[in-house]
Design a protein around this ligand. Structure first.
Ligand code: GTP
Length: 343
């Protein structure tokens, strides 16, 4: 059973920690044991201290850097430590400037893939200021894009600090949010006071003593029905514990690449560009002497030599509202065209 992960995102000061405290209280009432990973930009762990004062919990911290950029490797290590404690769920509170899709990608690291599963992305918004971000940060388009992504990828938008705005501002904000995310619910809140039980829906006390950390879970075959699979796909949308997140992750181990080329991978990615947020993978092409690292972000592909990589080839895809079976089918077809056939 993979451990469900809740991601709390939202700009600085929007009310994430306030929500986290409520969430932890609700988890406690349900008898759930949470693991918490807090990522803060400053060296000083202010939020962690607040939490530790409020609750007797072990909290993992990633300080002085964002999981999106400088702290990616460390995040995997911290999560593995948390998994060792066998929590029923893991809550990751991001820095205000983190992009949730990058965290979804990090969760698909081969070391974590079969142990954790993205359950839900919750974005907390400061109703008083959210409409001003575009003009405030005009000179930093990367930040504007990240803040937009926090809204687009959210499964739940918590519209917080409503005590500070009028009804007409609230209406304007909701209208603007709907343009960026037409489907996810918007939950109004003051002091991040929402029905936290709804956030914990689908999360149960599942970790038993027998669920050892390194027990490999079988890859869940999500291949096309009626055909034998030629690749093993691991999805965050598992049957055993339905995921509600719109951000889907698919990971493929590719022990054999046949005659596959980087160009064909790019063509495969281009087919899904409307729904693909991010991709990453290592490839050991038969015609190359060293492995290559693929990065796909903002619809752009880059390749770089990765001589230090020693594992098998793999590909991780992060998409929004996609047809999973369609993506898998296309990849299978790409592999088949390159001589990779069913055994
Ligand atoms: N007036 C008002 N203040 C709020 C509300 N929600 C949270 N706050 C306050 O806003 C401040 C920031 O809240 P946090 O929960 O720490 O926000 P955060 O998103 O974790 O902040 P960072 O860690 O800086 O990213 C605190 O002083 C909260 O008490 C609200 O609905 N109304």
């Amino acid at each position: 059973m993979r451990i469900p992960v809740l991601i709390l995102s939202g700009f600085l000061g929007s009310g994430k920690t306030t929500l986290l405290l409520r969430l932890l209280a609700a988890a406690g009432k349900r008898g759930l044991k949470p693991g918490i990973l807090m990522n803060e930009l400053g060296r000083k762990d202010v939020d962690g201290l607040i939490l530790q004062e409020s609750l007797d919990l072990s909290i993992s911290r990633l300080l002085d850097g964002c999981v999106c950029c400088s702290k990616k490797e460390e995040m995997t290590g911290k999560l593995l430590e948390l998994i060792d404690d066998r929590p029923d769920l893991i809550v990751i509170e991001l820095t205000g400037v983190a992009n949730p899709e990058e965290v979804a990608l990090a969760l698909s690291d081969p070391q974590l893939l079969r142990q954790v599963k993205l359950q839900r992305i919750v974005t907390v918004l400061d109703a008083e200021h959210v409409l001003a971000y575009n003009s405030w940060f005009q000179s930093d388009q990367a930040l504007v894009r990240t803040l937009r992504r926090q809204i687009e990828t959210a499964d739940v938008l918590v519209l917080n600090k409503l005590d500070l705005v009028s009804a007409s501002v609230r209406f304007k904000v909701e209208k603007a949010l709907r343009k960026q995310n037409a489907t996810s619910p918007i939950w109004p809140a003051i002091q991040s006071n929402i029905d936290t039980d709804l956030l914990l829906e689908g999360i149960e006390k599942t970790m038993k003593a027998s669920d050892a950390r390194l027990t490999p879970l079988p890859g869940r075959g999500v291949g096309v029905s009626g055909k034998r699979r030629i690749l093993d796909a691991v999805s965050n949308r598992s049957h055993e514990n339905p995921s509600f997140t719109r951000v889907a992750t698919l990971s493929f181990e590719l022990p054999s690449l046949g005659q596959l080329t980087s160009r064909q991978i790019e063509q495969f990615l281009a087919l899904h560009k409307e729904v693909l947020l991010r991709a990453k993978g290592y490839f050991k092409f038969s015609h190359q002497t060293e492995p290559f690292l693929l990065q796909y972000s903002g619809k752009r592909v880059t390749w770089e030599a990765a001589p230090q990589y020693e594992g098998v080839s793999y590909l991780v895809l992060i998409g929004l509202d996609w047809d999973e079976a369609d993506v898998i089918r296309e990849l299978e077809m790409t592999l088949e065209r390159n001589g990779i056939r069913n055994a």
